[in-house]
Ligand binder design. Structure first.
Ligand SMILES: Cc1ncc(COP(=O)(O)O)c(C=O)c1O
Length: 368
């Protein structure tokens, strides 16, 4: 049996008629840039989040960069973030001229709240937690720390569309939240796409302007900006897909519970721990084992797709060698990077496929 890591074709087949029509309509009107679908998707997305503003941008990386730039973050500033994430979270801090200050992860692979305050000094300006794998970070506690020290709070929601912490959607706890609609994300476009949400009117205007060459009106450039607009074809596709996101997230959750049941107790496997009072949306189902590399090879040889999110924790990336981080500084991230393994996870994953994954994992541990 073959179990791909993700299968994006299933949803396309399901929505083919609507998606094809949406794309064709943009082409028929040659509304490629700033077509009406962009504004419609922004409105729908903001409404689903219960926030005042959504600004569509070119991707989730730009979303972070634009947010930081318009908060005035730059050289001399320090921005606190988590040590396990995709590089976008920290590379954008560096792009602004600020310094990324990493904090170790907790058992849920999100920022360890107990270690944030020791990193705050007079140069600290913001905190960027990541709701990694679709699991909310301890966002209420983080928001309290941000408030106490008067720091900006930017939530990186690239992997956590519509996840909740104590019944409140993550992305609504801070000043700004950023999203990626990279194709494999829970809400994915058919190319690069991203968005920013906020309740702050002034910030929303600035971010919209910055993402559009510093202009709100054609040829009136109030500041130097960048070109980071949400492509109309991507907006049209996202608009078709948005109403299904809750259903898809629930299907992922159901699959995760099934995996939990059948994987529990096999070898030294640690099934992904879940924080209390959160709705995890399982963008990634990441187990841990001391035999990660050999197990990954065995799964791949048996037709099962896997991935590692992420094999090198951010502080240990070559690009941050100038910061002289040592493994002892981030003990949990240093350990987890060798143990984490992401199994196939998507809404339409079948029970037989998950049973096969568990069977192949059992086989591996029986032979050890
Ligand atoms: C946590 C995190 N932040 C930011 C990004 C950047 O998003 P994009 O790939 O759309 O630029 C990603 C996407 O891969 C991500 O996973």
């Amino acid at each position: 049996m073959n179990v791909p890591f993700v299968d994006l074709n299933i949803q396309y087949k399901l929505l083919k008629k609507d998606i094809d029509a949406a794309i064709q309509s943009v082409i028929d009107r040659t509304a490629f840039i700033k077509g009406e679908e962009v504004e419609e998707f922004e409105k729908n997305f903001a409404k689903q989040y219960g926030v005042n503003h959504c600004i569509g941008v070119a991707n989730g990386t730009d979303a972070l960069y634009i947010a930081m730039k318009m908060l005035g973050i730059g050289p001399e500033d320090e921005v606190i973030t988590v040590s396990n994430s995709w590089i976008s979270t920290s590379e954008t801090i560096v792009q602004t001229g600020a310094k990324p200050v990493f904090v170790d992860i907790d058992e849920f692979s999100t920022i360890d709240v107990s270690k944030i305050e020791e990193k705050i000094n007079e140069n600290t300006i913001a905190i960027i937690p990541v709701h990694l794998y679709g699991q909310p970070a301890d966002i209420k506690a983080i928001a309290k720390i941000a408030e106490k020290h008067k720091l900006y709070l930017i939530e990186d929601c690239a992997q956590s569309h519509f996840a909740e912490f104590e019944g409140q959607k993550v992305g609504t706890f801070g000043d700004i939240a950023t999203f990626s609609f990279y194709p494999g994300k829970n809400l994915g476009a058919y190319g690069d796409a991203g968005a920013i949400i906020t309740n702050d009117d002034d910030l929303a205007t600035k971010m919209r302007m910055y993402a559009n060459h510093g202009a709100l009106k054609k040829h009136v450039h109030l500041i130097d900006g960048i070109n980071s607009r949400l492509d109309t074809i991507q907006a049209a596709i996202l608009k078709v897909k948005l109403p299904y996101i809750y259903q898809w997230n629930e299907m992922r959750l159901k699959n995760a519970r099934y995996y939990d049941d059948i994987l529990e107790g096999i070898g030294d496997i640690i099934i992904p721990p879940v924080r209390e009072n959160v709705t995890h949306i399982y963008h990634v189902y990441s187990i841990r084992t001391k035999h990660r590399d050999a197990l990954m090879k065995h799964l791949n040889e048996n037709g099962i797709g896997t991935a590692i999110h992420y094999p090198v924790a951010l502080p240990f990336m070559e690009t941050y060698s100038n910061l002289n981080h040592k493994t002892e500084d981030f003990p949990r991230a240093a350990k987890f990077q060798h143990e984490i393994l992401s199994l196939p996870m998507y809404p339409e994953l079948k029970i037989e496929m998950m049973n096969y994954v568990a069977e192949v994992i059992k086989q591996f541990f029986n032979k050890l």
